[in-house]
Design a protein around this ligand. Structure first.
Ligand SMILES: Nc1nc2c(ncn2[C@@H]2O[C@H](COP(=O)(O)OP(=O)(O)OP(=O)(O)O)[C@@H](O)[C@H]2O)c(=O)[nH]1
Ligand SMILES: [Mg+2]
Length: 421
């Protein structure tokens, strides 16, 4: 039982499963500079809902989740942004990885649906740098909706001025970041806690109801936006995992290929390559083992024949340095085929995972062939460049290094998407 549970945790959930786990609460990441009043706001909202105080569950020192039964949303409190590089990076990193964690661990309490970006209403400034901070910590949550919350909105004049200023600052930011603008939906002034002006006058709390009701009204849209972000993040994570597996197998195959042993290379490479391909299949949750095995065998077979048959081997042999030693050529062949095979499995299994293709009915053997023709010349081109840079003095190690860099390039190109032919 215990081991079952452990296995369950290790298994990467499908984004559809994550989305289906919906528990009707939305999660709000609360960001803002230090001392702007984030924690005070959270306390005020919890108390307005007659919740016991101190229900925060510490996730890290930097992040705490607050919730109660009545509220249809969770508030995720973060330590404020500060103008010191060291603290800033630490906080940035903690929040950015928190944002990914929900998808990685299928923890609904950690999926981000929207942001309350708190600004101290008395400071009368919004830095472009701070706006960039919101974007950078939520980099993966594309289009995450933002409510700007002006805390400490003690006076009417400030409220009016702040709203104008916020609109101008956001417009300026979005104009200079057209590709990744901030998706600001509301600007809401609040006073979370009474503010005594003198013995006789205290500014009463205000704006909390407005903030709560607008948040609740926006929840369905926020959920929809986050669903597409979840899918994208999930694919990014899987793509990164697949590529690190492919990179390692490529390096391994290159090294094995360079060994001066009198066994046909293909035989020694099969365990490395099929292990890699099975691993990629597992990452993309390919359930049908029969189909997966068939595809893996096809990839291995087609890889070897394409390399040999399409003039690629002779192209490889023609590269200065490759023909010096059989070991170098073998290393290049082994590494190239492994890398291409890995990338092909990454593309095919990813398409199956996102239901773009049905592995059972699609003519994937043809697709495998096409993909090999796409990938191998590029790989050979990279090796040619390496040889030219080093005046033909190349060895198995440098080949392994070049292929590893190439694997990373493919990772970027495939980033969360399937390659369009
Ligand atoms: N009277 C009054 N004081 C407030 C209000 N909001 C914040 N403050 C005060 O401002 C100070 C900072 O508030 P916090 O809620 O701790 O600020 P924070 O954003 O959580 O700060 P960090 O956790 O450092 O990021 C505290 O002394 C609060 O009492 C408010 O609405 N009314
Ligand atoms: Mg705080």
């Amino acid at each position: 039982m215990a081991s079952e549970k452990k296995d369950d945790k290790k298994r990467i959930p499908k984004y559809e499963q994550i989305i289906a786990m919906d528990d009707n609460k939305i999660n709000i990441l609360i960001l803002g500079t230090s001392g702007c009043g984030k924690s005070t706001l959270i306390n005020a909202i919890l108390e307005a809902n007659e919740a016991p105080t101190g229900v925060g569950e510490a996730v890290t020192k930097e992040i705490k989740i607050y919730q109660n039964e009545e509220l249809p949303f969770r508030m995720i409190d973060t330590v404020g942004y500060e103008y010191g590089l060291f603290r800033q990076n630490k906080i940035k990193h903690a929040i950015a990885s928190f944002c990914k964690e929900g998808v990685k661990t299928a923890d609904v309490e950690k999926l981000i649906h929207m942001i309350w970006f708190c600004i101290d209403g008395t400071t009368k400034r919004i830095d472009q740098e701070v706006l960039g901070y919101i974007k950078s910590v939520t980099n993966d949550w594309k289009n995450v909706p933002v409510f700007v919350v002006f805390t400490k909105s003690y006076s009417r004049i400030e409220i009016e001025e702040n709203t104008l200023m916020a609109n101008a600052a956001i417009e300026k930011y979005n104009n200079s970041h057209k590709k990744r603008p901030l998706n600001v939906k509301e600007i809401i002034p609040v006073v979370a806690k009474g503010y005594p002006i003198d013995d006789a006058v205290t500014v009463a709390p205000m704006g909390l109801d407005d903030l709560i009701s607008k948040t609740i009204a926006f929840a369905p849209e926020a959920k929809q936006i986050s669903e597409s972000a979840i899918k994208e993040i999930d694919l990014k994570i899987k793509n990164a995992m697949a590529n690190s597996l492919i990179g390692a197998a490529t390096t391994g195959a290159t090294a094995v290929g360079a060994l001066p042993i009198p066994i046909p290379d293909a035989t020694i490479l099969v365990p490395i390559q099929s292990g890699m391909l099975r691993g990629v299949g597992k990452i993309y949750d390919i359930q049908d083992k029969g189909v997966a095995n068939e595809i893996i065998n096809t990839i291995l077979k087609v890889g070897a024949t394409t390399m040999a048959g399409k003039g690629l081997l002779s192209a490889l042999k023609a590269i200065p340095g490759m023909n010096i030693a059989a070991a170098v050529l073998n290393a290049a062949v082994a590494g190239s085929i492994t890398l291409a095979a890995g990338e092909i499995s990454n593309i095919l299994f990813k398409k199956a995972y996102t239901n773009e293709i049905d592995l059972k009915s699609v003519d994937w053997s043809k697709e495998v062939e096409t993909l090999f023709k796409d990938y191998l010349p590029g790989i050979i081109e990279a090796l040619k460049k390496l040889s030219a840079e080093r005046d033909g003095k190349i060895d198995a190690k440098s080949i392994g290094e070049v292929l590893a860099v190439l694997a990373k390039t493919f990772l970027k190109e495939n980033k969360g998407k399937t390659k369009k032919e």
